[in-house]
Every structure is written in structure tokens, then in C-alpha cells.
Design a protein around this ligand. Structure first.
Ligand SMILES: NC(=O)c1ccc[n+]([C@@H]2O[C@H](COP(=O)([O-])OP(=O)(O)OC[C@H]3O[C@@H](n4cnc5c(N)ncnc54)[C@H](OP(=O)(O)O)[C@@H]3O)[C@@H](O)[C@H]2O)c1
Length: 326
């Protein structure tokens, strides 16, 4: 089979190369799928650079998540049969940028019938991250104001749809006019182009000076610091990621003075700490997809376009999720 592989670390478009490799055999608790859609997540960029929290020995095929058709099940796998259309987290080194990938059966679920292969490939990481961020960590309530950074991006676009589904007023922050249109189409009530406007001023204006109850921040750096000026009394600022490249340092007198919480989120931990909640989340997302409240925004790419796609993702130029499909 053909697989994109990383044999040395660096910028993704410079280090991924096509290799002809054997279709993997499933280990215990794993399923092997023929890939129908492989999504590109920002952590794939970080993994190519060797900057992701979880280090994978070289060589490896990137691609954190995929939708595929089951071709083999390892020992101990229950509930899946050959030919099932599933989505799941890949097991390194056999990621989703290949014709076949290995999935961790405990992080694998039936693909929702309401979603096509590309959409299903983009559901797990972005939507579960945003669901756990908004509901489990920030306890978002109907009627509250939610500010979403990178609102046209992968996890951000999911947060906009899930925020609307939860009955929140959603303010999205994006970079550039095309992304403004995308965030509006996703359902954001107010969209701020960060190149043109100061989101702190917009949030204050729109909330009568109160600020946003929940801030969802996958960007970090100065975006984090500015966000602390736009958060409401008893607000919750969810630290999701650092796409901007810098990890901010919090001054802890500030949450004390303003009565807000800084909550961290690492979605992957729920697979170990509370796998039942991950399953419940997937069931809820499947229902939301059936009802039309959730539909992943997908940019399609071919197998050959994976390096250029990862470059665009690294440069912040993509909207929603880039997904390669055969
Ligand atoms: N905590 C978790 O469990 C978890 C899970 C998944 C992902 N994440 C993290 O969430 C973040 C977003 O991941 P994603 O895959 O969904 O990516 P993404 O949102 O599709 O891409 C990142 C977005 O960040 C914005 N951005 C602002 N400054 C940027 C800069 N200097 N360089 C690049 N982008 C910049 C861009 O949007 P605008 O130009 O519109 O602002 C860009 O589109 C990443 O840091 C990722 O590691 C965390």
C-alpha cells in the first residue's frame, strides 16, 4: 500500500514522502481499516516537527484520525465486523495518511449514517474536543455568550456548531474575510475579523460591557492575554491549544481580581479516565448530526495533495478540516 511517511523531523511538506509499505496487521485491541477519509489535525503538523506532546518513533505515518472500512480485527476486539464503516483514533505508526490505517478499537465508533466519509473522518477529534471543552470543562449553559477563537478552523468550527446547539450566543474570531463568511455560515451570531477589529471591544460592546461567559482558545499567545480582558464575572477560559506558537504565562492575580476560571483541556485523556463519557459523547454527536445541528466543515484533498495541505494547515490557511479521500 501507499503511505505518507515521516523519516526525519521538520516542516511537514518537506519531510513527508510516499513509501510502499505492507498493510499493517492488527495488534490486540486494534482494527485495521481501508481508509475512506483521513483528516489533518494541527497536532499532525506538530508531530512532523517533533513538537507534539506525544512523541512517535521514526518512521511513522501521520494522521491522527480516520474514517474507514474494517478489513481486520485484532484479538480482544468486540463489536466490529469486516466491512463496518467506522471512525476512530489511529495507532502510531500507522496513521490516516495511507491507504490502510490501524485504529484503537476502544477509540473507534460507528460512522454516523447522516455523515459522508469525509465528514465522518472529521468528527472525532474536533467535535469531541469541543464537546468536552464546552460541556464538561466549561459547563456552558443556554443563554450564555461563547467566544470562539479560530472559529473557522478545525476545533473552532466544531465549537461554533456545538455552542449554537447548546443555546449560546456565539461570537467567532477569525483571520480574513473568507473566514468571516465561513464562520457566519457555521452559525456564529457575530464574527470578528481579527485583522480588522479588536475582539475585546466587540465582545464588550455586544455584552453590554459584561464579557463572554465562556472563551474557547485554541490559539494561545497574545490571544490568551487579550481574552482575559474580554471574560465575564465567573467566566471560564478554556485552554485548548497554542496554534499561534507561544505558550502564554498567566498572572494569577487576574483571575482572583475578576472571579474567572482558567480551565485546561486535553481531550485524549478522557479515553483513559472516562471512556464511557467518550461513548456517550459520540452517541450525542451522532444524534446532533442526524438532526442537522452538527455537520463537519470539510475541505477535500487527494492523496497526492497531503504535503501541500499540511503546509496550508501549518500556515493557518485552512477552513474546517482538510480530509484526504481516495
Ligand atoms: N486540547 C486538546 O485536546 C486539543 C485537541 C485538538 C486540537 N487541539 C489544538 O487546537 C489547536 C487548533 O487545532 P486545529 O487542528 O483545529 O487547527 P485549525 O484551527 O484548523 O488551525 C489553526 C487556526 O489557528 C489560527 N491561528 C491564529 N494564529 C495562527 C498562527 N500564528 N499560525 C497558525 N494558525 C493561527 C488560524 O485561524 P484564524 O486565522 O482564523 O485565526 C488557524 O486556522 C491546535 O493548537 C491543536 O494542537 C487541542
Amino acid at each position: 500500500m501507499r503511505a505518507w511517511q515521516v523519516s526525519e523531523l521538520g516542516e511537514p511538506d518537506e519531510v513527508v514522502h510516499v513509501a510502499e509499505v505492507a498493510v499493517p496487521d492488527p495488534g490486540r485491541g486494534e482494527v485495521v481499516v481501508q481508509v475512506l477519509g483521513g483528516a489533518a489535525n494541527f497536532p499532525d503538523v506538530l508531530a512532523c516537527r517533533g513538537e507534539y506532546q506525544v512523541k512517535t518513533p521514526l518512521p511513522f505515518t501521520p494522521g491522527l484520525e480516520a474514517c474507514g472500512s474494517v478489513v481486520a480485527c485484532g484479538d480482544g476486539v468486540r463489536g466490529f465486523a469486516i466491512g463496518d464503516r467506522v471512525l476512530g483514533m489511529t495507532v502510531p505508526p500507522h496513521g490516516g495518511f495511507a491507504e490502510f490505517a490501524t485504529l484503537n478499537a476502544s477509540a473507534t465508533f460507528p460512522a454516523p449514517p447522516a455523515l459522508d466519509d469525509r465528514e465522518a473522518a472529521a468528527l472525532l477529534v474536533a467535535y469531541q474536543t469541543s464537546w468536552f471543552g464546552l460541556h464538561r470543562r466549561a459547563n456552558l449553559k443556554a443563554g450564555e455568550t461563547l467566544l470562539v477563537h479560530a472559529a473557522a478552523g478545525g476545533v473552532g468550527s466544531a465549537a461554533v456548531q456545538l455552542g449554537k446547539a447548546a443555546g449560546a450566543t456565539v461570537i467567532g474570531v477569525v483571520g480574513g474575510p473568507e473566514k468571516v463568511a465561513v464562520a457566519r455560515d457555521l452559525g456564529a451570531d457575530v464574527v470578528v475579523d481579527r485583522h480588522q477589529e479588536d475582539f475585546v471591544t466587540v465582545v464588550r460592546d455586544r455584552t453590554g460591557g459584561r464579557g463572554a461567559d465562556v472563551i474557547y482558545d485554541p490559539v494561545g499567545g497574545d490571544t490568551y492575554h487579550r481574552s482575559t480582558k474580554a471574560i465575564a464575572f465567573e467566566g471560564r477560559l478554556v485552554v485548548v491549544g497554542f496554534a499561534e506558537g507561544r505558550i502564554p504565562t498567566a498572572k494569577l492575580n487576574h483571575p482572583l481580581l475578576k472571579n474567572y476560571s482558567i480551565v485546561g483541556l486535553r481531550y485524549g485523556l478522557y479515553h483513559g479516565h472516562d471512556p464511557a463519557a467518550v461513548g456517550r459523547c459520540h452517541a450525542e454527536l451522532t444524534e446532533l448530526a442526524r438532526d442537522g445541528a452538527v455537520r463537519p466543515l470539510v475541505e477535500r484533498m487527494t492523496f497526492g495533495e497531503v504535503p501541500a495541505g499540511l503546509r496550508r494547515l501549518a500556515d493557518g490557511e485552512t477552513t474546517g478540516r482538510l480530509v484526504w479521500a481516495p
